[in-house]
Design a protein around this ligand. Structure first.
Ligand code: SF4
Ligand code: SF4
Length: 334
């Protein structure tokens, strides 16, 4: 079997991204069918509830994480939220912010948007350097707020109160309604973000996503880094021009920035052989191209499998619980 080429790695990333996106959409549809069973008064659900839907509850997952740390127990209501959160965090600790560029559906759509923008306008635009720097701070500020209010300020009692409450129990249904019954404000905000994503590369991810900010900070510890062989490098700067995170790759010997998503676009665009590589800092010999994508996918799958095997995947809520709680939805607040 021939060596996996750089180009085919790029294609593999696109395939992985879109497969994951369709999988997530499938989870959404299945959960919608489950909720529909409840709302139509069916005695039994048409389909079982997919626990993967809890991946859309990252704030609750952060609360669950602190609850786990202070109590030593994983809260049983939405355990998959925590499992998915930890799997993604582990991906960042080991393999850069790879969740953003390999799996995250929002990242996939953002990437699609800026590619479409390039097609429509002939190019993507750049925000002035000072403004770009200031805007990038927003996602860290949002992250700081979540860390302060959840990780620092919430007492053990407050955590238990939140996780035991009906509001947390049906937060998955609330999230579904957010997408299926959008308010006008939500639609306007999404339209503005889509428009900005057409003009500017990864607008949401670069400036606003607190989840990405957290993963970026975790990724500083990652042994995998983009490394440049300064001797073989001709200084053509194609890597820098192609980088969706706008990093000056051609000036680095190792890219340590928390903005690097491990997308391998720079490697893809380098015309020199083995000059730009993604490999662990301790590894000195060339590594086959398939290693990094395999690590990315396997770490995520292993995290999910660990949650399933240890019995922290299915919710403790029954169909009957959903039948009781969903009609209360309009009256529930946290
Ligand atoms: S440095 Fe390379 S791997 Fe990192 S974000 Fe830029 S193009 Fe992607
Ligand atoms: S694309 Fe390759 S050769 Fe060109 S500047 Fe980047 S690392 Fe050097």
């Amino acid at each position: 079997m021939g060596e996996l080429s750089v180009k085919s790695v790029s294609t593999i990333r696109t395939v992985v991204q879109w497969c994951f996106l369709f999988w997530v959409v499938g989870i959404g549809i299945r959960f919608g069918m489950f909720v529909n069973s409840v709302e139509s008064g069916a005695a039994a659900p048409l389909v079982s509830r997919p626990p993967g839907v809890e991946g859309f509850l990252p704030i609750g997952a952060l609360t669950s994480l602190k609850y786990w740390l202070v109590s030593g127990k994983i809260h049983p209501v939405h355990p998959a939220a925590l499992v998915i959160f930890l799997a993604i965090l582990l991906m960042s600790l080991l393999a850069k912010k790879s969740f953003c560029s390999w799996l995250c559906p929002v990242g996939t759509l953002s990437e699609g948007a800026h590619k479409l923008g390039r097609l429509l306008f002939g190019r993507n635009f750049r925000i002035w350097r000072w403004l770009d720097f200031t805007l990038r701070g927003i996602k860290y500020l949002l992250l700081l707020l979540f860390v302060k209010f959840i990780l620092l300020d919430m007492s053990a009692e407050a955590l238990a109160r939140f996780l035991d409450a009906p509001y947390w129990a049906v937060s998955d249904v609330k999230m579904l309604n957010f997408f299926t019954s959008m308010s006008l404000t939500t639609m306007v905000v999404l339209a503005i973000l889509t428009l900005l994503s057409l003009f500017y590369k990864m607008f949401w991810c670069r400036y606003l996503c607190p989840y990405g900010a957290l993963l970026g900070l975790a990724s500083i510890a990652s042994p995998f880094k983009i490394r440049r062989d300064a001797v073989g490098c001709t200084g053509c700067q194609r890597c820098t021009a192609a980088c969706p995170s706008q990093l000056a790759v051609h000036t680095c010997t190792a890219v340590s920035s928390p903005e690097c998503t491990g997308c391998l676009t720079c490697v893809d665009n380098c015309p020199e052989q083995n000059v730009l590589v993604m490999q662990p800092v301790f590894w000195k010999r060339p590594l086959p191209m398939w290693v990094f994508p395999t690590v990315v996918v396997l770490v995520f799958m292993a995290g999910i499998a660990a949650g399933m095997v240890s019995g922290h995947w299915q919710t403790s809520l029954s169909y009957a619980d959903y039948q009781k709680l969903i009609p209360l939805l309009p009256y529930l607040s946290h």
